[in-house]
Design a binder for this molecule. Sequence first.
Ligand code: ATP
Ligand code: MG
Length: 578
Amino acid sequence: MQKPKLITKQKLKFIPNLINYQKTYDSFNYKEHYKQVNWLDKDHLNAAYAAMDANVLTEERKNKVALYWHGPDDEQRKFTFQELTWLSSQFANVLKTLGIDKGERVFFFLPRVPELYYGFLGTLKTGAIAGTLFAAFGHQALLDRLENSDAKILVTNSQLFPRVEKIWPQLPQLKYILLTDALQNKNKKLLSLPNFMELAPQTTHICRTEPTDPAFMLYTSGTTGKPKGVIHQHLAIVHEYMTAKWVLDLQENDVYWCTADPGWVTGIAYEILGSWANGAASLIHAGRFDPDKWYQLIQDYKVNVWYTAPTAVRMLAAGGLKTVQKYDLSSLRHMASVGEPLNPDAIWWGLKAFGLPFHDNWWQTETGGILIANYPCLAIKPGSMGKPFPGITADIVDDKGKSLPLLTEGHLAIKPGWPSMMQKIWRRPKKYQSYFNKGWYISGDQAYKDKDGYFWFIGRDDDVIKTAGERVGPFEVESALVAHPKIIEAGVIGKPDPMRGQIIKAFIVLAEGVKPGKTFEEEIKTFVKRYLAGHAYPREIEIVDSLPKTRSGKIVRRFLRAKELGLPIGDTSTLEKF
Ligand code: ATP
Ligand code: MG
């Protein structure tokens, strides 16, 4: 394995919220921190109240901007905490008028429009369960999720409605559809949200939810198979608040940009709940990925904290330094990344481009918040996910749930009981149970821990390659490949081989203008061998135009495998293209 180049000290130009990781970790007891967010009373906690309404308790916060909304055609709107508090209460009242009860499901099938954000909070205020659906979903993906969740109300717009109209007859429990852009009700079931909002009062009685009452549900990304409906409780807000404070380092006067879509958990936990509970202003960009536009937004909104994904970083890096250097990005103070392993090369590029490292962190839909992270106050080992968040016990265990020695790869496991741990998998109790073994939550990812307590990601259980008796993680091979200047992205799989069990096959995307010559394959193999053990280089290399990805930007290796071996592809609802 390539020796990590340690960023020994981060040159901080600010005092981070978490100053001493080890001291905090050693003395941290989660229960003592439950009251860091605002509860309704001693026993009742509502995540929407804690994330939004609690901000209007102080004069300064109340009139501060909470949301800068930047539309796809450069329209701009902004909302203060007070305004979002009112709007979300109005929305809660709309739901009440329509007879929604505690525990019933309300889903949002919308692009990143303001209605999605205050509607989500308003749903939580009623005690109903809010769910989000990515706007690019086709009718089958919608049917699966709306049927599985038994949603009673769906909020969408006229452009997306035709996809739902097609399946509505198959969803007898779906009573009403609210359109965000219809000025009049279409009929008794297809309603105008603006119309209802106009009639709704700006204050509401917030449901006195228990901390363990369900608050929101999300379907996983579907990287490994059929997406699972994960249920989270109101108490999750405590962990989301704490991690937004110590990992994302959100401070009250920050402008913060999380590039995720609320169709995925990152957009819920760190664009609505944890971030607003910290009082920071969120920038929401409703348009598409475009390097120039992204840099322009950071410059114009003076973004201080930026939370994005490795795939975006790789795409920005492919655009080179010239584009970045056209902009004044000096407002940036802290950058973080999640969703996939962050290749060390992406960190080195970040340092060159922004003068700051990206801080990788690891978590899942099921964990409801960041569990393992790099922090501003800690040295970074590029390629490592970092260390467990205070209050989180993480370890590497074998199939029997037994702790493994340092530097030994195994299942990444967490001690259950953190506040944002999923409460159940909707209608799949056996699936839920299957996550737990001998007192551990088993993540389904393979990793190892080093002597300093840093965790290193190897791959998902199904993606780890066994070649000539050795186990090889796709991540390290992919990281070695993308370190080559001619390669932008790489996806690596194990391909059955009569001699070696499996051989490593790499699918690579080349940088613009690169023409692979005759010796190209050999050049790449030699390059990778310099980084990794002799057996861990790809014996087969295929050049492709793009890699199959989920809509949230994750490389789907099961798709590459299925295609290579002529096997059924499985669930494709979350794939970008196939
Ligand atoms: P599904 O469970 O439906 O197959 P998914 O696992 O991709 O989809 P998510 O919950 O969105 O759904 O993603 C969590 C997974 O993403 C983790 O289990 C891990 O494999 C990967 N991941 C997230 N962050 C990181 C990271 N920092 N480093 C490495 N892997 C990461
Ligand atoms: Mg998963």
